[in-house]
Design a protein around this ligand. Structure first.
Ligand code: UFG
Length: 329
């Protein structure tokens, strides 16, 4: 299938492009390179630099490349920033994707896959999280994704769009061969920050809160390997054949891991000491988030390959060790 990967030069998008090619699909990348890296996409993959909100340009790419399905990874995802600058988030994560959907409808492209997030659930009443639990986001980032899910529902009814919305938990790790991995600027995610502290690129790692109602007092999260996330997107493709499909799936391992466990595991994998500073809670962090992904595992031809935190962190460590400056070298 001809698949347009918007945000295909970003962290999760670039891993998905690899998996699409490995599964025999033809991936085409569209990325504005605001956060993405050109080097994250192989030279053999058709690449268009542009913005998802540019209807004329996107329409030309859909026609020129005979696109049948669009995967959309090009969201802003800094929770704190979304609180300070909500309009930026609603513009990029909601208004522009609406323009994209209009363009798809105009050009007769009827299949769509969305990177959604566990942030749409807010602070869950129960754990693990299942898909039909109430969605009450606590920040504009999560709200923008939930709003887009609702736009998709209506588009499926009105225009026969078939879509899958994947609610990611904490994407982690890097390609097995170490050639692509996580490179954000600024970096805010725990695992790369801890690795950079181990490597001496940062003075220390901060633990945001040690007084949570969790076994060791630090937040619990569900770290899921980026290749496992990517494989789910490919597994959804056959389920989008019939018009009007509306699919929602959590993607996580189901294993809660604490901030301290992440730090200990980085020390174990790297053999290096991580300087740690205990600090206050980060506003907006739920104490505990982990997934029940059995719906995806039961309905899609998909299962978790990397269940173990040590294996996931080993792939991240390999990427950072071999690319200390990320893609900028
Ligand atoms: N943390 C620290 N120190 C740091 C960075 C993070 O202790 O320097 C903690 C956080 O408090 C949190 C955990 O490590 O408990 C993971 O934090 P990340 O920033 O790596 O990830 P989040 O869980 O905050 O964010 C992820 C996705 C977001 C998504 C969010 C939903 O990256 O896109 O889950 O809650 F919105």
């Amino acid at each position: 299938m001809n698949v347009l990967v918007i945000g295909g030069a970003g962290y999760i998008g670039s891993h998905c492009v690899r998996q699409l090619s490995a599964a025999g699909h033809r991936a085409v990348v569209l990325d504005n390179l605001v956060f993405g890296h050109r080097a994250a996409v192989g030279a053999e993959v058709p690449f268009y630099q542009g913005d998802l909100g540019d209807a004329v340009f996107v329409g030309q790419v859909l026609e020129a490349e005979k696109i049948e399905l669009v995967m959309h990874f090009a969201a802003f995802a800094f929770v704190g920033e979304s609180v300070e600058n909500p309009l930026k988030y609603y513009e990029n994560n909601l208004a522009k994707p609406i323009t994209l959907l209009k363009t798809m409808v105009t050009h007769g492209v009827g299949k769509f896959v969305l990177s959604s997030t566990c942030a749409t659930y807010g602070v869950p009443a129960e754990l693990p999280i299942v898909e039909d639990m109430p969605q009450n986001p606590i920040n504009p980032y999560g709200q923008s994704k939930l709003d887009l899910e609702n736009v998709l529902r209506a588009t499926a009814v009105a225009h026969g769009l078939s879509f899958a919305s994947f609610r990611y938990f904490n994407a982690a790790g890097a390609a097995q061969d170490g050639s692509i991995g996580e490179d954000h600027d600024p970096e805010t995610h725990l695992i790369p920050l801890v690795i950079q502290a181990a490597m001496g690129q940062r003075k220390s790692t901060s633990i945001f809160g040690t007084d949570y109602p969790t076994p060791d007092g630090t937040c619990l999260r569900d770290y899921v390997h980026v290749d496992d996330l990517s494989r789910a997107h490919i597994a959804a493709i056959p389920h989008l054949e019939k018009p009007g499909q509306q699919l929602f799936y959590n993607l996580g391992t189901g294993k809660p891991q604490s901030v301290r466990e992440v730090i200990d595991t980085v020390e174990k994998v790297s053999g290096l000491k991580v300087p740690v500073q205990e600090g206050p809670r980060r506003p907006g962090d739920p104490p505990s988030l982990y997934a029940d992904s059995s719906k995806a595992q039961n309905e899609l031809d998909w299962k978790i390959h990397h269940l173990d935190l040590e294996t996931i962190i080993a792939t991240a460590w390999n990427w950072h060790k071999t690319h200390p400056e990320g893609f900028r070298e």
